[in-house]
Design a protein around this ligand. Structure first.
Ligand code: G3H
Ligand code: 13P
Ligand code: ZN
Length: 316
C-alpha cells in the first residue's frame, strides 16, 4: 500500500527512522520488498533522476506496482530523490509518487526558498508531500578549518525560517554526512550538536539524513578480494541511527550500501564461476542477499517490527 512519507513520519517521529532505499531495477525492488516484510518494517522507495532515465521512467513504476500486488502487506511511500523543478512537476503530474524531493540546496537561500515554495504549492494541490534541502552535504575533513566546515552544515536558525516560508513537509539537513562510498576522510563523524539545535528550532518537524550508507568494511574487503579496487571506502556508523532518530531524524537515505551488495555478489560469483553467463544465477543470489541486508538495516534504524503499529496508526 502506497502512503505519503508524511504519514510514516507521524508514526515514527522521535522513536525510529524509516529507511529510504534507492532502486534502479527489478532485482532491487524484489529484495527491498522481501527484506522489509521479513523485518516487518515500513519503508520509502526512492527513485533518483538517474534511475528514472536508466531505462524508462515508467519501467520502475511498473516494477513497484507489481511488487505492491505481490506483497500486499507492504506499507511504503514512493519518493523522487534529489529532484529539480522539472522532474518534481513531472512526478507530481504522474499521479504515482506520494512524495517528491526538491533539491535546490546549491542555490542561495532566497532562491532555494523561491524554488521550493513553487514545488510545495504544486505538490500540495495534489496531496503530495515535499522534502527540501538546506545546507550542503560533503565530507567534512580534518584539515578543513572549523569555520569552513560549519559553513557547509545546515544553519539551525535558517532552517526554521526556511520551513516557515516554504511550507515543506520535511527537511534534509547537512550534519556531516556525504554521498557515496568515501565519507569522513578525517575522523569527523555526525554533528549531533547541530542536529540537536535544529530540532530545538523545529520541534516535531521531520528531518532527513542523506548520505547515510555505512560502507561495511567486510563488504569492501570481499569486493576487493574478488578484484575490486575500493581503497579507503568508509561510511556512517549505523549504531548512531537511533540517536539521530531521537533528535528528529525520521528518514535515513541509503543507496551506496545496496550497490556494494550488488558488486560483492556479482564479483564473487563471476570470480568463482568464470565459465558462467546465466545472469539469473547471481541475480537470484543478489535478491536474497539484498533482502537480508535490508532487514538488518531496518533493525539498526529501529523500523523493524513497526509494521503492525503503522497499519493501526493509518487505520485509526
Ligand atoms: O543521492 C544520490 C543517490 O545515491 C542516487 O544516485 O543519482 O546515481 O541514482 P544516482
Ligand atoms: P549514500 O550514498 O550514503 O547511500 O546516500 C544515498 C542518498 O543520500 C540518496 O539520496
Ligand atoms: Zn541524497
Amino acid at each position: 500500500m502506497i502512503v505519503t512519507t508524511k504519514k510514516l513520519f507521524e508514526a515514527a517521529y522521535g522513536k525510529y527512522a524509516i529507511g529510504a532505499y534507492n532502486i534502479n531495477n527489478m532485482e532491487q525492488t524484489m529484495g527491498l520488498f522481501r527484506g522489509c516484510l521479513d523485518s516487518q518494517a515500513p519503508f520509502i522507495i526512492q527513485i533518483s533522476k538517474g534511475a528514472r532515465s536508466y531505462t524508462h521512467k515508467l519501467m520502475l513504476e511498473g516494477c513497484i506496482k507489481s511488487a505492491d500486488e505481490i506483497f500486499p502487506d507492504a506499507i511504503f511511500a514512493v519518493h523522487l530523490d534529489h529532484g529539480d523543478e522539472e522532474s518534481c512537476y513531472d512526478c507530481i503530474e504522474s499521479g504515482f509518487y506520494s512524495s517528491v524531493m526538491i533539491d535546490a540546496s546549491h542555490e542561495n537561500f532566497e532562491t532555494n526558498i523561491a524554488i521550493t515554495k513553487r514545488v510545495v504549492d504544486a505538490a500540495h494541490a495534489k496531496g503530495i508531500v515535499v522534502e527540501a534541502e538546506l545546507g550542503q552535504l560533503g565530507g567534512v575533513e580534518e584539515h578543513v578549518k572549523v569555520d569552513e566546515a560549519d559553513a557547509k552544515l545546515t544553519n539551525p536558525k535558517q532552517a526554521r525560517e526556511f520551513v516557515e516560508r516554504t511550507g515543506c513537509d520535511s527537511l534534509a539537513v547537512a550534519i556531516g554526512t556525504s554521498h557515496g562510498a568515501f565519507k569522513f576522510s578525517g575522523s569527523q563523524s555526525l554533528h549531533f550538536d547541530v542536529l540537536s539545535q535544529i530540532q530545538k528550532e523545529l520541534p516535531g518537524f521531520p528531518l532527513v539524513m542523506h548520505g547515510s550508507s555505512s560502507v561495511p568494511q567486510e563488504e569492501v574487503a570481499r569486493i576487493n578480494a574478488a578484484g575490486g579496487k575500493l581503497q579507503g571506502a568508509k561510511g556512517v556508523d549505523a549504531n548512531q541511527f537511533k540517536r539521530a532518530a531521537e533528535l528528529g531524524v525520521t528518514k535515513i537515505n541509503i543507496d551506496t550500501d545496496g550497490r556494494l551488495v550488488w558488486t560483492r555478489v556479482h564479483r564473487e560469483y563471476f570470480k568463482e564461476h568464470p565459465e558462467g553467463f546465466d545472469f539469473r544465477v547471481p541475480g537470484k543470489i543478489f535478491m536474497s542477499e539484498y533482502a537480508k541486508f535490508i532487514a538488518a538495516k531496518n533493525e539498526k534504524l529501529g523500523s523493524a517490527g513497526q509494521l503492525s503499529d503503522v497499519r493501526a496508526f493509518l487505520a485509526g
